[in-house]
Design a protein around this ligand. Structure first.
Ligand code: FE2
Ligand code: FE2
Length: 275
């Protein structure tokens, strides 16, 4: 860390590479042709999200850039619940992830990969583990493991607490869930005489929300890069407008001094009319 003690944290989660509604690099789909959803996600990710991050880096001029992949980067349907996949081959998923994520994580000094849900990433989340092993700037958990169930790191004096599973949103007041999580973490760390994190990132539930930047801990539910699946169509009665994206935070002198929620709304809906 150099002069201004300024660091940038670039956070993404739940790309679900393998699923037909997940993010994917369209040039590495084996012999499969990308669908409209994959093309929309790819255009937003490569044409808006990554350029926006590059412009934030240019403006903020951080001394250190950290990347965080908060789990479920790949998805091979280990519980065999769906046929909505372009591949369930771990090696094809791993290859695609390498090409998809490299332009983003190559901007970073270091990257942490968090293990996702075993229904998507397999026992011991081996898909996330193998994806993590492909990047030279991955912070390894130890000699044998590239990825983490849970990790706590400190950047510019800001303590960050990460694991994959967060809280699902409530119907009427999504923010209440984040406030509840904040309270539970606060009580747990205080009761056990542990350092209270400044920032908490959680993924898994595919929605974006955060508490006030002035809260300690500041809770961020990281959005996914996947549109609703066949399973969501079955269980969600709202037909909720999908929001995807990532999150960038700026830390300096033990404080979160700025935050950039980079979210993108999928509004494309074909309305059928009789001819
Ligand atoms: Fe997920
Ligand atoms: Fe998950």
């Amino acid at each position: 860390m150099r002069k201004n003690n300024l660091s940038l944290d670039i956070v993404i989660s739940d790309t679900h590479i393998g699923h037909k509604t997940g993010l994917v690099h369209p040039d590495y789909l084996e012999d499969y042709k990308p669908n409209d959803i994959q093309l929309w996600l790819w255009n937003v990710f490569s044409g808006e999200f990554i350029p926006k991050i590059k412009s934030i880096i240019k403006d903020v001029k951080p001394d250190y850039i950290h990347g965080l992949a908060a789990g479920d980067m790949g998805d091979a349907d280990f519980k065999k619940r769906s046929i909505q996949f372009w591949t369930k081959d771990p090696s094809a998923i791993k290859r695609n992830a390498k090409h998809l994520l490299f332009p983003l994580f190559d901007l970073c000094n270091s990257v942490h990969f968090i293990k996702g849900t075993r229904a998507h990433t397999g026992q011991n989340s081996h898909i996330d583990e193998e994806i993590a092993g492909q990047f030279s700037n991955t912070v390894k958990k130890d000699e044998f493991n590239n990825s983490w169930y849970r990790c706590v790191y400190e950047l510019s004096g800001v303590l960050v607490d990460v694991q994959h599973v967060g809280k699902n949103r409530s119907k009427w007041a999504p923010e209440n869930m984040l406030t509840a999580l904040r309270q539970e973490i606060l009580v747990d760390r205080t009761d056990n005489n542990r350092r209270i994190p400044d920032v908490v990132y959680r993924g898994h539930f595919h929605w974006f929300g955060d508490t006030s930047i002035h809260d300690k801990p500041y809770i961020v539910q990281v959005p996914s890069w996947q549109l609703p699946t066949d399973f969501i169509a079955e269980i969600d009665p709202t037909g909720r407008t999908p929001i995807v994206g990532g999150f960038v935070a700026v830390y300096q002198n033990s404080k979160v001094v700025d935050r950039f929620p980079l979210t993108y709304t999928y509004k494309e809906e074909k309305i059928w009319k009789p001819k």
